[in-house]
Design a protein around this ligand. Structure first.
Ligand code: ATP
Ligand code: MG
Length: 309
């Protein structure tokens, strides 16, 4: 079974709505996506227009990045600018290097032995892959949320406070925990049980707790690797709504197999593919609406219309 098949049904795809319908003549109509007003996907007018597509002052700049695991190359020559305070989706078939690329953005890949990375990534114009850059500090500035919610076996409070304590946070910890849980849209559900175990929460609540934990160290970028694939449709929708709120303050990069999700939440989408040589490369990158409605590459079109992957 492919990972695509393993993912939970999409909350809005019960009628097998074609992906392009999210951009029905460029507008998301109420009839095609019946949602509460504050839950509806970003309308076309909220998306960057084609004229303004050039990414000025990107939050993250990936330059000619290649990654090997031992002698096997996983990612080849990817260059990608990621816009500040927007949501960028990485899509592509299993094994095309999406997670590998994502983990390079906060230097988590080098925790895997035998990894070799060439190229450069800049955050706010500062190169990450040079001597003297502390990978631990990089991972503070660039937080990560994983596929499976992974709260620590600690209280809700201690989960959120964990990173801040390690960093020697001197401010009001109670306030930081409250703010982080509020930002992660979890506060109302847990405020009376902050000493309760993080592991006792539902999957969707655990994922929001992990997001609160990531936010509490005040990152600039949040990387999310299939953050909803272990969640039910309702929990998925809450995380999607949350992502849209967080994007006003943070730059978000999300890997997803769910193209409806990429279409709903992201401003820009990057399509990766490992072709005959099995090296994952960037095939197409652009505004989400453009990529899903008029892809410029045949392979992109084949993928988003479900012909392979
Ligand atoms: N720790 C590792 N050691 C060796 N090879 C790895 C490792 N992690 C990934 N790879 C290989 O690198 C390639 C890209 O893997 P990656 O996990 O980045 O793909 P992906 O696009 O995230 O796939 P999926 O959608 O299944 O999560 C694959 O061929 C994979 O087997
Ligand atoms: Mg992956």
């Amino acid at each position: 079974m492919t990972q695509l098949q393993q993912t939970y049904p999409d909350p809005l795809s019960v009628n097998e709505v074609p992906i392009q319908q999210h951009f029905n003549k460029g507008e998301v109509t109420e009839s095609s996506t019946p949602r509460e007003p504050n839950l509806r996907p970003r309308m076309k007018s909220d998306r960057p227009s084609k004229e303004t597509d050039e990414i000025k002052d990107p939050a993250v700049r990936i330059q000619d990045l290649s990654v090997w695991y031992g002698s096997k190359q996983a990612v080849g020559n990817v260059s990608l600018d990621i816009a500040r305070n927007q949501i960028t989706a990485l899509i592509g078939p299993s094994g095309c290097g999406k997670s590998t690329l994502l983990r390079c953005i906060n230097r988590m890949n080098e925790l895997i032995s035998g990894v070799r990375i060439e190229g450069q990534i800049e955050i706010d114009g500062e190169p990450l892959y040079i001597d003297g850059v502390d990978p631990v500090e990089v991972r503070r500035v660039i937080g990560m949320v994983f596929q499976r919610p992974n709260p620590f076996a600690k209280s809700i409070y201690d989960n959120v406070a964990f990173g801040a304590r390690i960093n020697g946070y001197q401010g009001d910890m109670d306030e930081l925990v409250r703010q982080s849980l509020e930002q992660a849209a979890l506060w109302d559900e847990v405020k009376d049980d902050l000493k309760g175990s993080g592991l006792a929460l539902s999957g969707g609540q655990q994922q929001r707790l992990c997001i609160a934990r990531a936010i509490a160290v005040q990152p600039e970028v949040i990387l999310m690797d299939e953050p909803c694939s272990a969640l039910d449709p309702i929990a998925t929708q809450r995380i999607e709504d949350l992502m849209q709120e967080l994007a006003t303050s943070y730059t978000i990069v999300i890997v997803t197999h769910n193209m409806q999700q990429a279409a709903r939440v992201s401003n820009r989408t990057a399509f990766m593919l490992a072709q005959e040589d099995l090296v994952g490369r960037l095939v197409e990158y652009g505004q989400t609406e453009q990529l899903f409605t008029s892809p410029s590459n045949k392979r992109t079109e084949d993928y988003i219309t479900g012909r392979f992957g």
